[in-house]
Design a protein around this ligand. Structure first.
Ligand SMILES: Nc1ncnc2c1ncn2[C@@H]1O[C@H](COP(=O)(O)OP(=O)(O)OP(=O)(O)O)[C@@H](O)[C@H]1O
Ligand SMILES: [Mg+2]
Length: 372
């Protein structure tokens, strides 16, 4: 195997990997991760309003994935501008919101046509907000931009890159009988090693991870918040990607990704449970405070975004501005909502919802990951 940090890796081997991928250890963790993911899918199916999870988890995923690239925005900023992307003044917030849009569009796309190289181009174009074709020029490398020291140099030459991408696409849809979670891990390494674009490869690859699970029928909504685990384990993420290149250490890399799916699924199930309890609690508060009985649409809108606009209540509940305002202010008085000025508007934050979305669920690691 010819590999050098500062030489384009045009010999990057095609998939599938030559060595045995589904070792006993990998299969054991794959089973646990599959079970955790199935519980997540089931918990999500049990939510009466799917928008609650898609909106909030989509934004958290966007924030974490963008942060890996050092695009740092706060959850508050993101949620404030979730429905008004162009109003966000901070470029990092706009970029993270675009990631969210790319995730949704990618999700829509895989409903109607198979996941492909074109899906990757579409996703990257949405993230970067400019046409992202396959790299034509040499010069892209992963390393230290200050010292120009390369850690990894991806293949060059448009036809070489396209050839490897075609192989990547065939592998995703292949009939090699691998567990789809293992396929996802292997495909993610390969996509990053091909590094088809000048920029945005990490984020595009992380959107593709979720889309692959959706395509495999394991998730019916794009609600796997995997990038939080990746950012929390960023140095392992980089080290283990590199371990595949240098030592063909597929096992450590695959275990790392499987553990990510397992942990993320478990923690999201905890969040879903907590959201349901909070919805129940707010239902009781509304029953006690609203004169005309609980308005189900009003309760729903309070969870569609943690930052609620008067206009959203007006349109969702078909009520006048004074009515919407008095309902919201009523919840401010009992301490459920907090009124915050945003630009010329006043938004109402569902603080308990916001807290539970952003808190750490503290999921313990599985045993196997001591191997990576
Ligand atoms: N040694 C490596 N070998 C292969 N891929 C790597 C390696 N180190 C990092 N990567 C991948 O490259 C990505 C960075 O590439 P790029 O800057 O094009 O993507 P990005 O989306 O702009 O950035 P980021 O992924 O940091 O958010 C990393 O996120 C990771 O997925
Ligand atoms: Mg980058």
């Amino acid at each position: 195997m010819t590999w050098q940090a500062d030489e384009p890796y045009n010999d990057l081997p095609h998939l599938p990997p030559q060595s045995e991928i589904e070792t006993r250890t990998v299969l054991k963790l794959a089973i646990e991760a599959r079970a955790a993911l199935a519980s997540l899918e089931q918990a999500a199916q049990g939510m009466p309003n799917a928008a609650v999870l898609i909106n909030s988890i989509g934004l958290l995923e966007a924030q974490a994935s963008s942060e890996i690239e050092n695009i740092v925005t706060t959850t508050d900023e993101l949620f404030k501008y979730a429905q008004a992307e162009s109003a966000a003044t901070d470029p990092a917030t706009r970029e993270a919101l675009r990631y969210r849009t790319a995730l949704y569009e990618g999700f829509r796309s895989v409903q109607v046509r198979p996941l492909s190289v074109s899906t990757a181009v579409e996703v990257c174009t949405l993230i970067k907000q400019r046409d992202m074709g396959i790299r034509r020029l040499a010069g892209t490398y992963i390393g230290n931009p200050a010292t120009h020291q390369a850690i990894y140099t991806p293949p060059t030459g448009e036809s070489t890159i396209r050839d490897k991408l075609t192989n990547w696409q065939d592998f995703i849809h292949g009939d090699d009988d691998l567990d789809p979670l293992v396929t996802m891990a292997v495909a993610h390494y390969q996509f990053e090693a091909i590094h088809p674009f000048e920029d945005g490869n990490g984020r595009t690859g992380r959107v593709l991870n979720v889309l692959l699970l959706v395509s495999a029928g394991l998730l019916s909504q794009p609600i796997l918040y995997l990038s939080k685990y990746i950012i929390e384990n960023k140095s392992s993420y980089y080290r283990l990607l590199q371990g595949v290149t240098e030592d063909q250490d597929w096992q450590s890399w695959t275990l790392f990704m499987l553990e990510g799916i397992r942990q993320t699924s478990v923690s999201t199930v905890h969040k879903i449970r907590a959201i349901k309890e909070l919805q129940q609690h707010l239902h009781e508060v509304l029953r006690d405070t609203m004169s005309g009985g609980v308005n189900a649409d009003f309760l729903a809108v309070l969870f569609e975004q943690p930052y609620c606009r008067i206009a959203s209540v007006m349109s969702r509940c078909s009520v006048s501005r004074p009515t919407a305002t008095s309902w919201l202010n009523g919840l401010v008085e009992v301490g459920v909502l907090l009124k915050v000025p945003v630009g010329r508007e006043r938004l109402y934050v569902n603080t308990a919802f916001m807290d539970l979305l952003t808190r750490d669920e503290g999921v313990a690691a599985a045993e196997a990951p001591t191997l990576f």
